[in-house]
Design a protein around this ligand. Sequence first.
Ligand code: UFG
Length: 339
Amino acid sequence: MKILVTGGTGYIGSHTVVELQQQGFEVVIIDNLSNSQIGVIDAITSITGIKPHFEQFDLVNRELTSQFFSRHTDIMGVIHFAAFKAVGESVEKPLKYYRNNLVSLMNILESMSEFNIPNLVFSSSCTVYGQPDELPVSEKAPTKKAESPYGNTKQISEEIIQDTLKSSKMNAIALRYFNPIGAHESAKIGELPLGVPNNLVPFITQTAIGIRQQLSVFGDDYNTPDGTAVRDYIHVVDLAQAHVIAVKRMIELKMKQSFEIFNLGTGTGLSVLDVITSFERVSGEKLNYKIVGRRAGDIEQVWANSDFSNEVLGWKAKKTVDEMTASAWKWEKVYREIV
Ligand code: UFG
């Protein structure tokens, strides 16, 4: 069974390709390598023993997208990761984000419709909830006006998909990720941010290894137990496994309606200091950090109610925060070749 993974050389994409291959799926990857490296294909091959078919082009190009699908009419499902994801950059360059994230989605949906490809899994985000009124936040919570153009592309994408489904025979599952961190246990694939990392865990590991001088902790005056902001960190392999389950659910015709939404989180909120403490515990390193002011656009706290995913998908995040930070640290060390 052939599955197309767009953005399959990226962070979550590459981990999902591994899980799909290990469950017997044939995987085709499209990636323009704008934020990932071709070496990831070899890394995937070395983990699974199977080289995924890879095509490098930009899904914003409608012609190339349509030509691709005309050559692969036997695709059973598409997992669409390919998108820009830097919140801050999206504020600076909104049109870059709207064009890339929305046009590529529309091109894919048009081709799926043209070539009768029935199933789409879409990478969404808990950012659609903004600062929820109730915690933990469930899928039933209202979406809030997006804080950034990036977040808005996720909201609009869910709407584009829903509208498209109304006039087609397609099915879609939107997976709303909380904060994916960590790396594959082999340390052959992991998160590879270009330049200065925006996200917490790559910044922690790069600081510990000496590439960054000091981690800035953005704010300790939030209304949380230790004053630092709270998120639901989830191991990227747990997240990847949920995609395989979602794909199977579609292929096995188990969906209850044509569009389903699932939260992917652990259900536990951790503060920035909790993550730092875990990192220090598993690595034995003392992290150089200092408390600075809040980061613009950050919400105070969010964590998932994952009951619906647990019950309906039969999926549950298994890995602990120490497994997450330990795997991120191992990956950083292996990648920098000092182990
Ligand atoms: N943080 C720091 N210092 C840093 C980086 C982050 O203190 O150097 C803090 C942030 O202020 C925040 C927490 O660590 O409180 C997590 O920050 P991340 O940047 O790792 O993650 P975010 O929660 O801001 O963003 C993530 C994804 C987005 C997604 C969003 C949804 O990166 O793509 O979750 O909430 F939209």
